[in-house]
Ligand binder design. Structure first.
Ligand code: SAH
Length: 348
């Protein structure tokens, strides 16, 4: 058992993990390994962030999407969902509500919806920044050209989330149709970072075709690219997608990977995601015990939440709901954590 501690301490000290160690951790059902991972990840997080958890208000402003990702419920070919778009005004109202609740970061997420021209998007970004100058705006709206990203940035956007989904090209092809490419996804991430965005990548845990080797590549990407944020959560099947019958990702594996990511890239902003909370009613707190330090409650209007169904049974009430922030505060307090009322920028 000494070995286990040594192995995990090595990850801490060297900020790196080899394939063999990863395989051992993934396969292990050993409680000691889990406890050691959790304890070390928590220690590192505490040292860098204290007992503060950053919150981000998630505004899901459109579920129209031109893409057809096999796993995603808002894919273009899903004709069984009600599509909606929020106007710039609607979005600003969400931000106003969020501001009152204590949010200082707004995440505008949506499908790749060309209805929102560069000009329209920029006007929305600058309106939020004008009204709430002490807030950060994060975008999560997929793959765009360098020029478009630059316009968003110049309009005042601070951060951008674009999960790479998998760092293995063959695996990428198993998850996406031919008109999407791994190269373009990575091009986007490097463009975003070059422009100056705090940039987030990430992947689903347990996606179809994922294995130790693909996960190892995901971790290598994190070690090389050094993103400011990493979003991971279990894959959850959505019944109107080609992956309807695939099995869901594991909560345990998600927790192990959260801890490993914290250890190989200590300063990263790492959310305990909605998917994790959807799979486990205590998902947020478990994530935090394994090194997560961000939660992204939902600020979208109720009709939007109900239709932004990227996977089945997506949580949007209780802990997930921005308006129930007191409940979240209370749940975090039980674990010894507090919500930070601040932008919560990446800081190294
Ligand atoms: N269009 C944006 C936002 C996509 S939704 C973009 O491309 O970035 C945000 C994330 O949800 C995706 O990157 C994906 O990793 C995750 N997601 C999509 N479908 C999912 C599913 N069925 N289960 C779990 N996570 C899913």
């Amino acid at each position: 058992m000494d070995d286990v501690y040594k192995i995990i301490d090595n990850i801490c000290i060297n900020h790196t993990i080899d394939r063999e160690t990863l395989a051992t951790i993934i396969d292990s059902k050993d409680k000691e390994i889990l406890e050691c991972l959790s304890e070390r990840a928590r220690y590192v997080t505490r040292k860098l962030f204290g007992n503060k958890i950053y919150i981000r208000g998630l505004i899901e402003f459109t579920n129209y999407c031109r893409n057809n990702c096999y796993y995603c419920g808002i894919r273009r070919d899903n004709c069984n969902i009600t599509r909606y778009r929020l106007t710039g005004e609607d979005i600003l109202l969400c931000a106003d509500t969020g501001y009152e609740l204590g949010f200082r970061t707004f995440v505008l997420q949506g499908g790749e919806d060309e209805y929102y021209s560069d000009e329209y998007m920029c006007s929305i970004i600058s309106a939020i920044k004008e009204k709430h100058g002490d807030c950060a705006v994060t975008l999560s709206i997929g793959e765009k050209s360098f020029e478009t990203y630059k316009k968003y940035y110049d309009a005042g956007a601070d951060r951008y989330l674009l999960r790479h989904e998998t760092a293995d090209e063959e695996h990428y092809k198993m998850l996406h149709p031919d008109n999407m490419s791994y190269q373009n996804r990575i091009r986007c991430l490097y463009d975003l970072k070059r422009i100056g965005f705090q940039t987030g990548c990430g992947f689903m845990v347990g996606s179809y075709g994922q294995n130790v080797d693909t996960i190892y590549k995901d971790l290598k990407l994190i070690m090389d690219f050094k993103p400011h944020m990493v979003g991971i959560g279990p894959f959850i099947a959505q019944h109107n997608t080609p992956f309807a019958d695939q099995k869901n990702g594991s909560v345990m594996l998600t927790l192990k990977l959260l801890a490993i990511i914290r250890l190989i890239h200590p300063h990263v902003l790492l959310p305990a995601t909605t998917a994790l909370q959807t799979m486990d009613e205590n998902g947020h707190n478990k994530g935090i015990l394994y090194g997560a330090n961000v939660i992204m409650p939902n600020l979208s209007p109720m009709h939007a939440r109900k239709n932004y169904i990227i996977y089945d049974n997506k949580a949007y009430l209780g802990n997930e709901a921005a308006e129930s922030i007191e409940l979240l505060r209370c749940n975090l307090k039980k674990a010894g954590y507090e919500i930070a009322i601040s932008r919560g920028d990446y800081n190294e």
